[in-house]
Design a protein around this ligand. Structure first.
Ligand code: RFL
Ligand code: PHB
Length: 393
């Protein structure tokens, strides 16, 4: 079967679906090719914290209703350090922007809902997706669907297929430069239908990092740093809760309400950037181009800002024949990406216990926390970055 569209979007995660929706608002046609089923995509539990800039963008795109109803607004986040006083990193005070707790699952559900409502084309279970003639004027995507081979001709391809996708790997290796850091630990996360502590709290403890977060008044999300060879089977709920509570100061630990987990998973931590984010008529967005460790809560927010730049560039191309934004897309997106990569790396280093960390490094980190605690200027610098850097005009 032969099909034609203006923009072929590989990947139906938040980046691909949001791009498809925003292009639709701009009068541009797209087809989303997703390898998994919708049910599978919606089962993945991932991000929970949105920058105010992401919230504003989602509202402007007509996706604010559920977010405003269900999202939880915070003045910022807390960092707690063993027995020292908790530190509020106030994005509201220092950057004039609050932070939002709102799950990636809810956003993705909303995106599916509006694409389906607006007659958007999302192909689920698109298998064996291949990109062709990306460096020419008439690119194509081939894929298998239900045993049938299909060809999708298009003007542009958006690679929104995450870190393990096919898009980035379709660029000749000699034309992409990659930058990478793998961290020697992972995060073991659980979701439980218990009332959350109510704030996003990052904890550094001699036993390792921990994080308290939330989705709604009856849904809590917690993480602990674990070794890379950890096996989920070794972590029955009781052991998880016990370890989690040990890593928070007693005043917070006693507020943690335990209960059966409804999801439990281990994620490795990695920083990764591929440059440039464009090859010919292929444009990468979101995790397909870059990965950050979740410590700064930046991955989804970066996917959203990439999509903002990319939809603007494509709309300018199709409406006005102006390629200025397409030509500057990679450089502009990468400036924001590197800012978030730096922040996530810095917070990951500060808050985790590295396997080879010696007493000197532990003291340096404690001193950095004490400096943050004592210096409103240091807090302001951290808050400004955690709140998210502005989108470029
Ligand atoms: P996704 O979500 O990975 O979606 C890519 C989609 O592409 C599909 N796909 C393919 N489709 C067709 N053909 C192929 N060959 C394909 N290969 C893959 C996949 O099935 C998938 O549906 O990437 P996208 O859209 O760029 O979105 C990125 C975000 O999902 C990610 O950055 C965040 O979840 C990261 N993240 C967080 N980000 C935040 O901003 N705030 C947070 O609080 C936050 N917490 C987190 C996180 C990520 C985590 N994990 C598990 C990695 C917490 C965790 C634990
Ligand atoms: C989450 O709620 O899943 C979450 C919160 C903050 C992070 C990462 C994940 O930095």
């Amino acid at each position: 079967m032969q099909q034609r569209t203006q923009v072929a979007i590989i990947g139906g995660g938040p980046a691909g679906l949001l791009l498809s929706h925003m292009l639709h608002l701009g009068g541009i046609k797209s087809v989303v090719l997703e390898r998994q089923t919708k049910a599978y995509v919606l089962k993945r539990i991932r991000a929970g914290v949105l920058e105010y800039g992401s919230v504003k963008l989602l509202r402007n795109a007509g996706l604010g209703e559920r977010l405003d109803r269900e999202g939880h607004v915070h003045d910022g986040c807390f960092i707690v350090w063993q027995d020292r006083e908790p530190l509020l990193v106030s994005t509201k005070e220092h950057a004039g922007k609050p932070m939002w707790s709102h799950g990636q699952t809810a956003i993705t559900e909303e995106l599916y809902r509006v694409r389906e409502r607006d007659g958007g084309s999302i192909v689920e279970e698109a298998d064996n997706v291949r990109l062709h003639d990306i460096d020419g004027a008439a690119p194509k995507v081939t894929y298998d669907w239900n045993g049938e081979s299909r060809t999708l001709s298009c003007d542009f391809i958006a690679g929104c297929d995450g870190f393990h996708g096919v898009s980035r790997r379709s660029i000749p290796a000699s034309l992409v430069r990659t930058f990478e850091r793998a961290y020697p630990f992972g995060w073991l996360g659980i979701m439980s239908e218990t009332p959350p502590v109510g704030e996003v709290i990052y904890a550094r403890h001699a036993r390792g990092f921990a994080l308290a977060s939330l989705r709604n008044p009856m849904l809590s999300r917690y993480y602990i740093q674990c070794s890379l060879d950890s096996d989920i089977a070794e972590w029955p709920d009781e052991r998880f809760w016990d370890e989690l509570k040990q890593r928070f100061p007693p005043g917070i630990a006693e507020k943690i309400v335990t209960g059966p987990s409804i999801e439990k998973s281990i994620a490795p931590l990695r920083s990764f950037v591929a440059e440039p984010m464009r090859y010919g008529r292929l444009f990468l967005a979101g995790d397909a181009a870059h990965i950050v460790p979740p410590t700064g809560a930046k991955g989804l927010n970066l996917a959203i800002s990439d999509v903002f730049y990319l939809q603007r560039a494509l709309i300018e191309h199709f409406r006005n024949g102006d390629d200025q934004y397409l030509d500057s897309y990679s450089d502009m997106a990468l400036r924001r990406v590197w800012g978030a990569v730096r922040l996530s790396w810095q917070l990951t280093k500060l808050l985790h216990v590295f396997p080879d960390e010696d007493a000197f490094e532990s003291r340096i980190k404690a001193s950095e926390f004490d400096y943050l605690q004592a210096s409103p200027k240091a807090q302001a610098a951290l808050a400004e970055q955690y709140a998210g850097l502005p989108f470029e005009e």
